[in-house]
Write a protein that binds this ligand. Sequence first.
Ligand code: ADP
Ligand code: ADP
Length: 227
Amino acid sequence: MITFSDVSKRYNNSNAVRSLDFSINEGEFFVLIGPSGCGKTTTLKMMNRLIDPSSGSIMIEQQEIKEYNIHQLRYQIGYVLQQIALFPHMTIEENISIVPELKKWKQADITNRVAELLELVGLDPEKYRKRKPRELSGGQQQRIGVARALAADPKIILMDEPFSALDPITREKLQDDLLELKNSIRKTIVFVTHDIKEALKLGDRVAVMNKGEIVQIGTKDDLLFRP
Ligand code: ADP
Ligand code: ADP
């Protein structure tokens, strides 16, 4: 689904990431883990061209990422951030509808989709549709962030430490719900975290990064029982 071949990214002569060679399979929950500054966000952002590599190539579904129309590419890839990035002056419904609106869906289709997405992330549509983000808790806002990323049915969802600003109980609940959601939506998910417990709980495979390189990659069993 996503293939990195010898990908490096330099900033002012220093490598943020170096010689990345790995593939992410369709439908996989793939976790990038490592300490702060090791290059996780840089790696993630290259998957929707928020950042372009200095060298190497990235393919998405057999096509070089640079050959995609950038808008088409971004529509196919949902993105969820740690910092809650909902627009405060817009209702929940309007926040979730941004990409469908850009794609000029019919209004009735958007309305139905918003209800479906709110159900999917565990929020009552009638209760929350017309609210503003500030009326929701941090955990609920992150659920809206997930709903928004899923809105136009992208093939890939990128998540950059989506739960790390939440209290531990809310965080565990959102992890559990994300696992359930993953089974129902069958998307390719790339998830960045620095929390090993979270990585092992969520990931089908985990890539361990350090100083801009992937130093280990495998399933939970591979990582825990490696001789
Ligand atoms: P992580 O997500 O693992 O915390 P990042 O991908 O954000 O790591 O950063 C990797 C390295 O690249 C860090 O040393 C960071 O300071 C550096 N870096 C990231 N973005 C930039 C930038 N725009 N300009 C210069 N250096 C950057
Ligand atoms: P994170 O690891 O969650 O991305 P950071 O604080 O490392 O958090 O980075 C926040 C943003 O700032 C990132 O989008 C990154 O690209 C940018 N950034 C990180 N390090 C630098 C840097 N040294 N110079 C310029 N921009 C940077």
